[in-house]
Design a binder for this molecule. Sequence first.
Ligand code: PEP
Ligand code: MG
Length: 561
Amino acid sequence: MSELRGVGIGLGVAQGPVVRMAEPVPAPENTPSALGAEAERQRSRDAVETVARELNERGAKAGGSAQDVLEAQAMIAEDPTLQDEVDSRIDAGATAEWAVHDAFASFRATLEAVGGYLGERAADLDDIAQRVLARLRGVDAPGVPDPGHPFVLVARDLAPADTALLDLDQVLALITSDGGPTSHTAILAREKGIVAIVGVADAAALSTGETVIVDAAAGVVTTDPTEEEKDRAAQRAAARAVSDTAPLTPGALADGTLVALLANLGKPADAADAVARGAEGVGLFRTEFLFLSSAQAPTIAQQRQSYRELLAAFPGKKVVVRMLDAGADKPLAFLNDAHEENPALGLRGIRALRASEDILREQLTALAEADAETDADLWVMAPMVATVEETVYFTTLARDYGLKTAGVMVEVPASALLADRVLAHADFASIGTNDLTQYTMAADRMLGSVAGFQDPWHPAVLRLVREVGDAGARLGKPVGICGEAAADPLLAVVLIGLGATSLSMAPSALADVRHTISRRTLDEARTLAEIALAADDATSARNAVVEAATALPSHQKETTS
Ligand code: PEP
Ligand code: MG
């Protein structure tokens, strides 16, 4: 038995035989064209057109966010700048194969140099180039194998086109050696609820036919597992399947303490799925996701329509809308136009909104109008708030627009440390553990090389959460959690023990969290929180809490983490 580590997506566990993805189409030689430029141009155009059409067709078949991803890929394939690059190489005497290979590679290097969100799109270009090359050579595009039995798919990275159409009856789990937690593979795997671990550096060591256990909650692939390990994994998978179909009751601890379980959403169209999974409202609506590709600021009317659609899906329920969080990995062309060396530390979130106050005012106007037309309980909050002064600025402005519940996100250690003063002005706080971890640990959340620091179990992060929880309890103000940490069931219990009054997460995580918190009392949650706080680092905090939770006598063992 040996263990390979990576970043787990979701909380599931699965086991089965490995099947490796076919190797990519080999790079072409740079030999001069025998056909002439005109014919080569035509060949490249035909191939690109066919690939773009296929991507669009696959997107239409998949629907949901997979469709957005695939349509974006089709657009990249047909990008005129890229086509010009291909043509110029062909005009210099290259074959269509070489021109495509070389032009896509140089475009990829440009994206990688930009880094952040665009850097993570670089892998998409490789996939498109491979598809075009396969087309030019008349061979099948590399894709998901079909061995005729269920399998654990192992790949360098999966193209969005492949992830989108994975046959969930056949693919038991997914392991990739590349890709970070924000890569498209990870996003789509999360959405489809596929047990997945990305960034497993040693995945090349896995060979077709060997049996592995894929434990996404722990981010561990176990090779050559013992019978006992296989049984344990099977039991956990079965328990998880039960919790998936459990009744959609409101979030509550074993002693009846209510902890609302809310959804993180990026577009109104995802509301129905969240409702179907029992979301009691929305804890984080990421408005910037609506406008990532817009060159101009959206109009009030455009925004009002989206917000109205969202609010209408949650009559009588709480819906927390975050103002545009532009910058760093989510630049918006109309809010972030200056180059910054360290954009995560730059004009981001409320700072960027303040620098373009018209846009902030328009967003508040659109929200107030949508609120007046619907029956949801709308709360608004500002991202990346670092000071009491910013808190006063935003909450005053929001209330001026008639928005009665105005709060802030706590994502910067400064605002956690002064939470009592921040909450003296804000109606609520919502802790963004993704950024709070990034800024506490000084580790870029997009950077694979420091991914090990991006662990919200770290006691330093938990101590900051406790500051906010204590301040909220003293002042009688709600404290929500809306980072990925809330989706880790056992950590969710700890966060409740630290004072969180609601938890917001990807809808696919709701069932696991609902199940796990229902087995713990508030006193137990507080005890587990103390145990986590007493640890020296994230791994020991997690291990100590797992051990203590397993030993608790009055409730059944954790089954999902
Ligand atoms: C967070 O930082 O935890 C958060 C919820 O916001 P985002 O992930 O959108 O930055
Ligand atoms: Mg954030």
